[in-house]
Design a protein around this ligand. Structure first.
Ligand SMILES: [Zn+2]
Length: 53
């Protein structure tokens, strides 16, 4: 569904405006805590997937 040039925020699935990149969105919209929790959850998911394979 997602086209190649559409980058959506992995946390809230908002699509940043064309003149604003995802990094700006993450910094301005999400708190450090939210970002940290997301990264931790992603890492745990990847780790679990690794173990089960
Ligand atoms: Zn977002």
């Amino acid at each position: 569904m997602a086209t190649r040039d559409t980058i959506e925020c992995p946390i809230c699935h908002a699509v940043p405006a064309r003149d604003r990149n995802l990094e700006d969105h993450l910094v301005m919209v999400h708190t450090k805590l939210r970002l940290a929790k997301f990264v931790v959850a992603e890492t745990e998911t990847l780790t679990e997937a690794d173990i089960s394979e």
